[in-house]
Write a protein that binds this ligand. Structure first.
Ligand SMILES: NC(=O)c1ccc[n+]([C@@H]2O[C@H](COP(=O)([O-])OP(=O)(O)OC[C@H]3O[C@@H](n4cnc5c(N)ncnc54)[C@H](O)[C@@H]3O)[C@@H](O)[C@H]2O)c1
Length: 309
């Protein structure tokens, strides 16, 4: 069953799937007796209520990032899950932070854990896109795009982000008045590592996600975007994907498969939880606080337990 408030998009989602039903009411899908588990991939602002409905129905739910756009909503979702988990012992919420399933990020994590570049000191993250989605704002660039870094950095380093600051150069002429683009964030983790994050939604030339971890005896970096290089006409080139879909196609598939395996009891330790979503939301909130105060260093409030290694 698929639901979308836009009936045409609901129909398109199940195109070619024999027997699939569609509706414009997502809550009726969650309540349907034939539905065992739920994927929420609607707009960010809809996530909290839909995930809570799934939790109350006792159904496992994979929710796209972010868990919700505000800390208050994330806390509401986590409280609902905690209430159910206290009775059943079984958490129901998984979160779509798919970078954890990207082969490149997984290799970075293994290198850090294995000590091949020594004790990490710095991380440099870059997230560039071709063009911002319609309606993108300075705030949604943090809560919707940079949020990936707020999850993947603690996952890579095994240490929580505790302090942030927000910075910006002049904005690109491609961005509207509602959007400061690019933005630069400085993130400190409890282990003393400093991470730089550039988020540039209107970079125009391609979808380009980079990450380099600098350690005491070396550095390790993603070599994406391409697996091949073309040599031609006395030139050397690699292509950039147009957006996140080709770049993270393998990660989305692996994440979904891990979630499906989890429904059968094979819980994957890399799968992000509702608590991870809340933690990333707290970092986003601190970044917005820094933004509003002109770039001051802001502590991340309510930091939870250190991430799993
Ligand atoms: N993990 C990632 O890399 C990644 C990448 C892109 C998008 N996302 C997330 O996936 C979600 C969807 O993103 P998108 O780019 O497909 O957005 P989109 O705007 O193209 O699609 C959102 C869909 O949700 C539908 N919708 C809105 N309100 C609804 C409601 N109350 N009930 C049911 N349907 C509703 C809209 O009609 C639309 O079809 C967002 O939360 C986004 O942040 C994650």
């Amino acid at each position: 069953m698929a639901a979308d408030v836009d009936a045409d998009r609901a129909a398109a989602a199940v195109n070619g799937i024999t027997g699939a039903r569609v509706t414009v009411d997502p809550f009726s899908v969650i309540a349907d007796d034939e539905v065992d588990a739920v994927v929420v991939a609607s707009s960010d602002a809809t996530h909290a209520d839909l995930v809570i409905a799934a939790v109350r129905a006792g159904k496992p739910v994979l929710c796209e990032k972010p868990l919700a756009p505000t800390v208050a909503e994330c806390e509401r979702v986590v409280a609902e899950e905690n209430a159910v988990t206290a009775k059943t012992g079984v958490p129901l919420i998984s979160l779509g932070f798919m970078r954890r399933y990207d082969p490149g990020y997984q290799q970075l994590r293994r290198e850090v854990a294995g000590g091949s570049v020594g004790r990490p000191l710095l991380v440099h993250c870059i997230s560039r896109g071709v063009a911002a989605a319609p309606g993108a704002t300075t705030e949604s660039s943090v809560t919707g795009s940079a949020i990936h870094e707020f999850d993947v950095l603690p996952w890579l380093l095994g240490s929580l982000i505790t302090e942030v600051s927000w910075h910006a150069p002049r904005s690109t002429s491609a961005a509207g008045v509602e959007l400061q683009d690019p933005q630069v964030l400085l993130l400190r983790t409890a282990d003393g590592v400093l991470s730089t994050v550039e988020v540039f939604l209107n970079a125009t030339y391609g979808y380009d996600v980079r990450c380099e971890i600098v350690g005491e005896v070396g550095a390790v970096a993603l070599v994406e975007p391409a697996r091949t290089v073309i040599h031609r006409n006395r030139g050397r080139s690699v292509g950039y994907p147009a957006d996140w879909r080709p770049r993270f196609a393998d990660a989305y598939r692996a994440e979904l498969q891990a979630w499906v395996n989890g429904l059968g009891g094979l819980t994957d330790p890399d799968m992000a939880t509702a608590h991870d979503g809340l933690q990333a939301g707290r970092v986003a909130d601190a970044v917005l606080g820094s933004m509003r105060s002109g770039g001051a260093a802001v502590a991340v409030l309510g930091a939870g337990p250190e991430p799993r290694r």
